[in-house]
Design a protein around this ligand. Structure first.
Ligand code: B16
Ligand code: MG
Length: 214
């Protein structure tokens, strides 16, 4: 079995994309334009700063540095309000089954997420105790598809990069895992995540035998 397992957060462990969407939509509406669920797909796995740049391109809005900074904060305040009451019921199907299996086999587990809110979310859904280390938007300087987030996670686990497996729902995340020379497992639409080495709709399709054989 591979020696380190790295999980993305949004779209892999929990579906926070719907809350990000509500917060970005609120900001877009405040700025006087629409923001659709289809457009929100572009934001998956993308840093908050880059999301705002894309949002302003969509709305054809210019921003001063001061406005940009204010809107970043406003979006996050709204997002934190939307996720305030998240609990275990929001964990995606069979995620605990895989985490439990890895834990029982003493396999190191890391989080590798672009989010700066990763730790409080894991606390809310009561999964924080499974993770040996957390690498998130607070620790990295280069966003996915750069492999930095996953390479740092491997380093913190004390495991060689090519002994790691990554679960990801975003194209940029799969590219980052491949660039880190890790096994990439796409969670979601296999047509979208075609660069992944393995594809599954969700964790209900992943058996413990599959994990053992990696
Ligand atoms: P925050 P992941 C990503 O999480 C989200 O997919 C992306 O939509 C979001 O903009 C990014 O985190 C930053 O999140 O605003 O909380 O710092 O998929 O990398 O776990
Ligand atoms: Mg994701």
């Amino acid at each position: 079995m591979k020696k380190g397992f790295i999980f993305d957060l949004d779209g892999v462990i929990v579906d926070t994309a719907k809350y990000h969407y509500l917060a970005w939509k609120k900001l877009a509406n405040h700025l006087g334009f629409e923001f659709t669920k289809e457009q929100n797909e572009l934001f998956k796995g993308v840093s908050r700063k880059r999301c705002l740049e894309i949002l302003l391109e969509i709305g054809k809005r210019e921003a001063t540095q001061e406005e940009f900074d204010t809107w970043m904060v406003e979006k996050n305040v709204d997002y934190l309000e939307f996720i305030e009451n998240m609990d275990e019921s929001e964990i995606l199907p069979d995620v605990p089954k895989i985490l439990e299996f890895l834990k029982n086999n003493n396999i190191p587990i890391a989080l590798g997420s672009a989010s700066k809110n990763a730790q409080p979310i894991l606390e809310k859904v009561n999964l924080l105790h499974y993770f040996d280390t957390i690498v998130d938007g607070n620790n990295v300087t280069k966003a996915k598809p750069d492999p930095e987030v996953f390479l740092l996670a491997a380093k913190q686990l004390g495991v060689d990069a090519n002994d790691c497996v990554v679960f990801e729902d975003a194209v940029a995340g799969i590219q980052a895992a491949n660039a880190a020379k890790m096994i990439s497992i796409g969670i979601g639409d296999k047509n979208v995540l075609s660069e992944a080495q393995f594809n599954f709709k969700d964790f209900t399709e992943i058996s413990t035998d599959f994990i053992k054989n990696l």
